[in-house]
Write a protein that binds this ligand. Structure first.
Ligand code: HQG
Length: 182
């Protein structure tokens, strides 16, 4: 992994899951003070400055982070396990969305539906390729086709994060088909 990618993984950890790992706090909307974050990361022995941070935010392949308007604050766009309100936009989803998982989770998912597990939301994507890449992180991938249009009609809210990830609280067993995977 490139040095900047490793730093980005650490920044994800801090902003989404464990601000204490850099000795900082985030506010109720997930914002961290940029100066504090830089100081905190340096305190862990990692080399970072504002220029490097700005480059990571600008070049991150999944556009995971946003600055506020005057670039004094930074937050992750989605993916949190800590309870923050990143002011997600509620939107009407497309008819179908996809979720990538691992085959070994399918029995449990068939029984319980899709749950957010350690995160605040279930993560869904518009295209199968993204779902496949997400699934592969966990093992042999399996793809679920989610009937998001039907869920929306039935009153379940969907949100679209700043970086284009669709999020919903849970997906009941009646709302998905297993597209690939045993
Ligand atoms: C599975 C990455 C058993 C679920 C990715 C998933 C994504 C169940 C795993 C983002 C279950 C949780 C999120 C049930 C769900 N029983 N397993 N009832 N319900 N699961 O990592 O969606 O690189 O928390 O299928 O690209 O894999 O971090 O969620 O396999 O966008 O920016 O439990 O994280 O982005 O795993 O990934 P995760 P995810 P970043």
């Amino acid at each position: 992994m490139e040095k900047q990618d490793r730093l980005s993984v650490f920044i994800s950890l801090v902003l989404r899951h464990d601000p204490g790992a850099a000795g900082i706090r985030v506010d109720e909307h997930g914002w961290a003070d940029v100066e504090e974050l830089i100081r905190g990361i340096r305190g862990t022995g990692r080399m970072i400055d504002r220029g490097i941070l700005e480059e990571i935010v600008a070049t991150d392949k999944k556009q995971r982070y946003s600055f506020n308007a005057d670039k004094t604050l930074i937050r992750a766009n989605q993916g949190h396990s800590i309870p923050v309100d990143v002011e997600l936009k509620q939107e009407k989803p497309p008819e179908l969305l996809y979720h990538g998982t691992a085959e070994r989770f399918l029995d449990s998912i068939r029984r319980e539906g899709l749950k957010p597990m350690s995160r605040l939301y279930v993560h869904l994507s518009r295209d199968i390729q993204t779902a496949e890449a997400v699934g592969k992180r966990h093992g042999k991938p399996a793809i679920l086709k989610v009937h998001s249009g039907k869920m929306h009609q039935d009153g379940y809210p969907f949100y679209l994060s700043e970086n284009g990830v669709w999020l919903t609280k849970k997906v009941g067993t009646e709302y998905f088909d297993i597209e690939t995977g045993k």
